[in-house]
Design a protein around this ligand. Structure first.
Ligand code: SF4
Length: 481
């Protein structure tokens, strides 16, 4: 096989499953790897180190992670010099089991061992440095990525900044406190310093990440999440601010009023309901009642009118009766939620609810279907109300289903599909392209669906707050007329 002359660069591929905590951890590792001298590969078959950042929030996530380890074994079988590393919640939970089930995994790093993983990459880098990684690495059949790869054309504009690790709430269905530990809040000065660094590196949008992000408090001063958002939003260069994932209990009136004074916030709030019935909320150890939840919704409507409220709902939680479910369904039918992540309860080893009597699978599936129908009707109504308006969106890239169209997200996170503007490249945008630096576009919305809206791109802005300049009609659009 032909050998390339000279030194090839060690490459690392990162695949992330699960929540934004994992996204933030992957970004930390990617930054660390880049600073050591790795390149980030977009395909596993191009890389020398493969990193799976795993999730264990549901059984399905766990099975997908093990499935992926199985796929990647084929790469290691062809080239034993490749290192396969697993990190994240599953790594923390299954450290010993993983070594038995997937002995080809070279290293396992738990959720509190990011620094150690970075150190290990540094040690390995010496092994790869100067080795010829030429075309023998290319496989006939590409593996692709089944979860989110850490780098895309627009990822340099987004920064995840972790404000807090762990959670002390111990919801009875959740594994997080068991694998990530109790609350550990970072000081405000440290967080603001990291955001400043990210902005200096070119980020325009910052997402503050924490398992229960709005429970954040400065360990020394007691300043709360509203104070933190205000301090971050005041930094020059920041265009948009988002955060994930809040807990309903921690939204005080003061925090909601603080958020209302920050125009840089995206107008959407995630408020995980989980169940609409008090007895189930108690069993879940959610620390609020339906009356409390409805009060938070009322505060949001009052202080943040027009913001989208999204949620998470679990059906078939142990002990959920028909009456409990009907209460959840009735609340969803009020169409309070612009979107919802709905799940059938799945047993998580090591949590209290795993030992309780389970709802029969057929009953849970039937409830799930009814809930989904009700929520889909709410989502569709939310999208219908946007038709005829022009919305500012952040481009995500080409539509996966139709590469002659663009996929973008509105500020309230609705997917928008539009024909490519005439100045958009026929293919993926690379990092140097003007669209990669200025991905704001105004789209006139024409058709609503449950998954989002379609429309026509009419203007393009250099920065979020710019007035924008008119685009030529897209070629595809002109041909269609
Ligand atoms: S609040 Fe509950 S669901 Fe959220 S991370 Fe903490 S224990 Fe898990």
């Amino acid at each position: 096989m032909a050998k390339l002359l000279g030194r090839a660069m060690a490459k690392m591929y990162i695949e992330t499953f699960g929540c934004q905590m994992n996204e933030a951890d992957s970004q930390y590792i990617a930054d660390r790897a880049l600073s050591i001298g790795y390149e980030i590969a977009t395909k596993p078959e191009d890389a020398h180190v493969l990193l799976l950042n795993t999730c264990t929030v549901r059984d399905n996530a766990e099975r997908r992670a093990y499935g992926r380890m199985g796929h990647l074994k084929e790469l290691k079988d062809r080239d034993p010099s490749i290192r396969l590393v697993v990190m994240g919640c599953l790594a923390e939970q299954d450290r010993d089991r993983m070594q038995r089930i997937a002995p080809h995994v070279d290293a396992v790093f738990g959720t509190k061992e990011l620094v150690e993983l970075g150190d290990q990459l540094e040690r390995w880098h010496g092994d790869f440095d100067g080795i010829d990684f030429s075309d023998e690495r290319a496989l006939l059949m590409p593996f692709g990525g089944s979860a989110d790869a850490v780098i895309d054309a627009f990822s340099h504009l987004r920064a995840f900044v972790t404000v807090q690790r762990g959670c002390s709430y111990y919801c009875s269905f959740c594994i997080v406190p068991h694998v990530r530990g109790r609350f550990d809040h970072r000081p405000m000065a440290e967080i603001v310093g990291e955001v400043e660094e990210r902005l200096a590196q070119g980020a325009r949008e910052v997402m503050l990440v924490g398992q229960t992000v709005n429970a954040w408090k400065d360990p020394a001063t007691g300043e709360d999440f509203g104070d933190l958002c205000a301090a971050v939003a005041a930094l020059p260069g920041l265009e948009r601010l988002t955060f994930i994932s809040p807990h309903p209990k921690d939204f005080t009136e003061k925090i909601i009023a603080d958020l209302a004074r920050i125009p840089k916030l995206n107008p959407r709030l995630h408020l995980p309901l989980q169940s609409g019935s008090d007895p189930i909320l108690r069993r879940m150890n959610r620390k609020y009642t339906m009356a409390d939840f409805a009060h938070k919704v009322e505060l949001i409507h009052r202080y943040l009118p027009g913001w989208a409220i999204t949620t998470d709902i679990i059906v078939g939680f142990p002990g959920e009766s028909d009456e409990d479910f009907e209460r959840t369904l009735a609340y969803v039918e009020t169409q309070v939620f612009a979107n919802a992540f709905t799940f059938i309860y799945s047993i998580r080893r090591g949590t209290p609810a795993a030992n309780w009597e389970q709802v029969p699978a057929a009953v849970a599936s039937e409830r799930y279907k009814r809930l989904l129908d009700a929520q889909n009707a709410a989502v569709r109504a939310y999208h219908d109300a946007k038709i005829g308006t022009t919305v500012r969106c952040l481009i995500q890239g080409l539509s996966k289903k139709d590469p002659t169209r663009l996929a973008a997200k509105t500020l309230d996170n609705v997917t928008v599909i539009a024909p490519l503007p005439s100045d958009y490249p026929r293919g993926d945008v690379d990092a140097g392209h003007p669209y990669a630096a200025t991905p704001w576009i105004d789209v006139e919305l024409e058709t609503a669906h449950v998954w989002g809206c379609t429309g026509t791109a009419v203007r393009r802005a250099e920065r979020f707050a710019d007035a924008g300049r008119t685009l030529e009609r897209p070629i595809v659009d002109l041909l269609a007329r």
